[in-house]
Design a protein around this ligand. Structure first.
Ligand SMILES: Nc1nc2c(c(=O)[nH]1)N[C@H]1C(S)=C(S)[C@@H](COP(=O)(O)OP(=O)(O)OC[C@H]3O[C@@H](n4cnc5c(=O)[nH]c(N)nc54)[C@H](O)[C@@H]3O)O[C@H]1N2
Ligand SMILES: Nc1nc2c(c(=O)[nH]1)N[C@H]1C(S)=C(S)[C@@H](COP(=O)(O)OP(=O)(O)OC[C@H]3O[C@@H](n4cnc5c(=O)[nH]c(N)nc54)[C@H](O)[C@@H]3O)O[C@H]1N2
Ligand code: SF4
Ligand SMILES: [Mo]
Length: 868
């Protein structure tokens, strides 16, 4: 039914199908693909706003050497020579590659081949180490391979869905919609296990606000309850090793460490036992922990003990974060893997891959995992580093130290699409990549479905695909034949053929059925779930057959242990971190959309009312958070969504958008001993009032980069909006504002009241408002969303005229409906339900991810009414 070109959304691991129509002028329109099995036409706010993110503002359009534009030849020669020279002098382990779960499978395959087969080092790791590594390790311990047993249809068919450390409503919104649809259709119950009350709790039947890091204690208790309740599957267990030891270990302790009311825990156990069709969805609250692998196995143990795995409507389900986190695992992008789920440390696997690649050398031992890799960069063991499609100077733990390490590295290459990021700014050689909608390849989503990304826009400037960057360097390092690719389909065929060899070793990842795709087949490839092999297909583990050499499943005895860093008088808080609904990681793409940027426009920290009262933190003031590794200044959001003693802050802000909001500066580099995944959600810190002498809010048509102690900038339809604050007040606001806006001569309108610390300034050029600054001694109550339009009249009053009400911060990003608009409609039109708000304003009727927030507004308004 559709014209247009089918592709895949470049954001989360749901992997929604999209249909793209290029407008011929560099832009495009994006709709959900009604035929894609992941989303059947649905998109979330981020997917719906993709068209707003493809313009070329801020794009890197040509190679740069030391900040100066250079030709491709000189840039690639420089990379090849420096890598070759470093390897010759210091050995292959003196170089490293840091890749990303957002790279296409073809890009990833080539990078892994270059490093493991030709450079001869396993020092290639990826941001998946920060993301999926604990799940990979947990799967391997239980199944002997890294297979996700679940499929999206299981969500539709489940009677109970348990979300563990997953804010599905915001991070995998289309899957959350599927879960809610199951609830509506068959009464599926939803349980959320998360220390924080998140948007995923709206619509849930039960929320277990456990202590951070205590999941093992909860699932061990569940295992005991399963045993005591007679719910174990004795037939399934005949094929399982480790049951007795695991149960014995689980019996040793109770659910005390969770801090949960025992009544809640029993309720949870009863629900779980009573519903055979249970899907346990887990994500970063599980993985990003120094006990992450044990948490994964604690969950798998319960599914294995009950045989609830690999059959319709049941199973443990790790939802992947990045669009190709799964593809990265397939090509062996982690430092301890080989390719196609083969093992680096298995000599037979190694020699098979070596023969297939005709590789000159092959490492025999795993390389450095991300945290150790950047430590090796810091101390000079790694002297040449290539970073592709990721922003580690902002997203690695101990981010300030990582930024320094990259800065100090003798030679750093960065392949990116954005000219200025925290990482790109540090590159010796910066290589311009083609972006989503300009490039071709494949990605694999959370349920093992391989989908095509397709190009509909021409590559801008000199941008070239990531696989081409790597292949060109490989050729220039002397391996012309091995890297002689002309297009992604050639790489895909090679990868699929290698997976057949893996299949020959009995590995699960086998897509050899796709190894002879023609160019036209590849162009037309429909979403395909692996395995795709002559002999295989279908599901895993329903028959309890694993990929361990003896074919048996394993339960793994696990015991709860606390997070690595202990709270102490100096650092009395635990810092939880995570995502917000409308931004993607470091915001290089989602942060270009004004719609997406107005839901939550600056970095914030959630703090419990009791803690705020004790510290004297007032609403909307700034809080200074300090940890052993760094410091941040963030806007206070006082809320009982977070537990006392626990702070929560989002991860999205960087040196480009809010330099004191770099949350990973605060996060310690503690890691899980098995997976090497960092504990990104349980650092310790202190919090205090940030002593602001003044608060400011600015709007401007042109970009601004303030120098104040605190600032955060976001795009608007008309230009930019900026939050600011400083310790000391400038002597003269007019010259400070002229410097800020870089408008030395513009016509100004100034209102100041120095005694009260107030100032309001507006600057006009050619009779048109260009910029305005509002300053006060306390957080400013302004109609920000109205001012952000840079209105022509009355700007200095800071208030919207009666005929142009301030819409308030965008709540529904799909239809651009603000909080105030919704509140007014609730009050004046007597709306009583989310559906009524949808009917009146369309809000919440597309992707649905704002429905919990609309419900909360309704609740508050109705409670107010009842009290009046
Ligand atoms: N909007 C948006 N969506 C995204 C992304 C994005 O940047 N923005 N990124 C994508 C990526 S790469 C990923 S990996 C996924 C991540 O998706 P999620 O894992 O769902 O997202 P997070 O917000 O990182 O963390 C989830 C929850 O873990 C909880 N948590 C913290 N500690 C614990 C604990 O000890 N136990 C339990 N049970 N819970 C805990 C946090 O309170 C948080 O609510 O999202 C993907 N989708
Ligand atoms: N404290 C804390 N830290 C975390 C997390 C957390 O929950 N808490 N989550 C972790 C997780 S799960 C993840 S996945 C990471 C994510 O962290 P990162 O991967 O570091 O963050 P991104 O912003 O996605 O970085 C992607 C980069 O690729 C660039 N890019 C975009 N398109 C292309 C392209 O086509 N080619 C190339 N070459 N470049 C491109 C973008 O401009 C951007 O610079 O963060 C981790 N860090
Ligand atoms: S849920 Fe949203 S972000 Fe994730 S793939 Fe679908 S449209 Fe993209
Ligand atoms: Mo991730």
């Amino acid at each position: 039914m559709t014209d247009g070109v089918r592709s895949t959304c470049p954001y989360c691991g749901v992997g929604c199908g999209v249909v793209l129509d290029a407008d011929g002028a560099g832009g495009l329109t994006v709709r959900g693909d009604p035929d894609h099995p992941a989303n059947r036409g649905r998109l979330c706010s981020k997917g719906s706003a993709l068209a707003e993110t493809v313009d070329l503002r801020g794009r890197l359009l040509a190679p740069r050497i030391k900040g100066r534009e250079a030709s491709w030849d000189s840039a690639l020669d420089r990379v090849a020579t420096r890598f070759a020279r470093t390897i010759a002098k210091h050995g292959p382990d003196s170089v490293a590659f840091y890749a990303s779960g957002q790279m296409l499978t073809e890009d990833y395959y080539v990078a892994n081949k270059l490093m493991k087969g030709f450079v001869g080092t396993a020092n290639i790791d990826t941001n998946s180490r920060l993301c999926m590594a604990s799940t990979v390790a947990g799967h391997k311990r239980a199944f002997g391979t890294d297979t996700v047993p679940g499929t999206y249809e299981d969500i539709d068919k489940a009677d109970l869905i348990v979300l563990v450390g997953s804010n599905l409503a915001w991070c995998h919104p289309v899957l959350h919609q599927r879960a809610l649809a199951a609830k509506a259709a068959r009464g599926t119950k939803i349980v959320v296990v998360d220390p924080r009350r998140t948007a995923s709790c709206d619509g849930a039947d039960l929320h277990l606000p456990l202590r951070i890091g205590s999941d093992v204690a909860l699932f061990n208790r569940l295992l005991v309850a399963i045993y005591e309740g007679g719910a174990i599957d004795t037939r399934y267990l005949q094929q399982v090793d480790g049951f007795d030891d695991t149960l014995r270990r689980a019996f040793c302790a109770d659910a005390g460490p969770t801090g949960l009311d025992p009544g809640l825990v029993s309720w949870f156990c009863r629900l779980w036992i009573a519903h055979e069709r249970v899907v346990t969805i887990f994500s970063q609250g599980v993985n990003q922990s120094s006990a992450g692998t044990d948490k994964v196995n604690a969950i798998l143990n319960c599914h294995i003990a009950t045989g609830r795995i690999g059959r319709p409507g049941m199973g443990p389900f790790s939802v992947t974060g990045q669009p190709n986190a799964m593809g990265g695992r397939e090509v062996g992008g982690l430092a301890n893997m080989l390719a196609c789920h083969l093992d680096l440390e298995d000599p037979m696997h190694r020699s098979a891959v070596r023969a297939f690649w005709d590789a000159p050398r092959m490492p025999e031992r795993p390389g450095l995992k991300a945290v150790d890799m950047f430590r090796a960069v810091a101390d000079g063991r790694i002297r040449a580093l290539w970073i592709m499609h990721t922003n580690p100077a902002a997203t690695m733990p101990e981010a300030d130290a990582v930024r320094e390490a990259i800065r100090s590295c003798a030679f750093t290459v960065v392949s990116d699409v954005t000219a200025e990021t925290d990482t790109a700014r540090l590159a010796d050689v910066l290589l311009p990549a083609t972006a989503w909608a300009e490039k071709d390849g494949t990605v694999t989503n959370s349920d093992r479905t391989i989908s095509r990304q397709r190009a509909v826009l021409p590559p801008p400037g000199q941008a070239r695909p990531d696989w081409w960057h790597v292949a060109e360097v490989g050729r220039r390092m002397g391996w012309a034949r091995a890297f002689d690719y002309a297009s992604p389909v050639e790489i895909f065929r090679e990868h699929a053929a290698l997976s057949g060899i893996a299949g020959g070793f009995g590995r699960d990842f086998d897509i050899s059925g796709l190894s002879d795709l023609s160019e036209a087949d590849y162009a037309a490839l429909r979403p395909t779930r692996w395995p795709v092999a002559a002999k295989r297909g279908g599901r895993f583990f329903a028959d309890a057959r694993s990929f361990h050499p003896d074919g048996r499943m394993r339960m793994v005895p696990v015991a709860w242990r606390p997070p690595q860093a202990a709270r102490a008088p100096r650092y009395p808080f635990r810092l939880n971190t995570g995502r917000i609904r409308d931004q993607w990681h470091t915001m290089t793409r989602s942060g270009r959309s004004p719609r997406l940027s107005s839901h939550l426009a600056e970095p914030f920290v959630e703090i419990h009312p009791e803690d705020a009262a004790r510290l004297g933190v007032a609403p909307d003031t700034l809080v200074e958070v300090e940890s052993p590794t760094g410091r941040a200044v963030l806007r206070a959001t006082i809320t009982d969504r977070t537990r006392p003693g626990t702070l929560f802050a989002p991860i999205h802000w960087t040196g480009e958008t809010a330099p004191t909001g770099r949350i990973d500066a605060l996060v310690a580099g503690a890691t899980d001993p098995v997976s090497g995944q960092p504990e990104s959600k349980a650092s310790v810190c202190a919090a205090r009032v940030f002593a602001a002498g003044w608060y400011g809010f600015a709007v401007s048509r042109r970009p601004v980069r303030p120098e104040s102690d605190y600032w955060a900038v976001a795009p608007t339809q008309a230009g930019w909006r900026v939050e600011m604050a400083g310790r000391t007040t400038p002597a003269d606001w007019e010259s400070a504002a002229r410097a800020l806006f870089d408008m030395p001569v513009a016509e100004s309108q100034v209102l100041t009241d120095p005694a009260r610390g107030l100032a309001r300034l507006a600057f006009h050029e050619g009779g048109r408002l260009q910029a305005a600054l509002f300053v006060g001694p306390a957080p400013l109550g302004l109609m920000r969303d109205y001012l952000a339009t840079l209105p022509e009249s009355d700007v200095l009053t800071g208030r919207a005229p009666a005929d142009r009400p301030d819409p308030g911060p965008t709540l529904c990003a799909c239809f651009n409906v603000g909080v105030n608009t919704i509140l007014t409609a609730i009050e004046t039109r007597g709306l009583m339900s989310v559906e009524a708000v949808g009917a009146a304003l369309s809000a919440g009727t597309n992707c649905g991810s704002c429905r919990p927030e609309i419900a909360a507004l309704l609740d508050a308004a109705l409670t107010r009414e009842a009290a009046e």
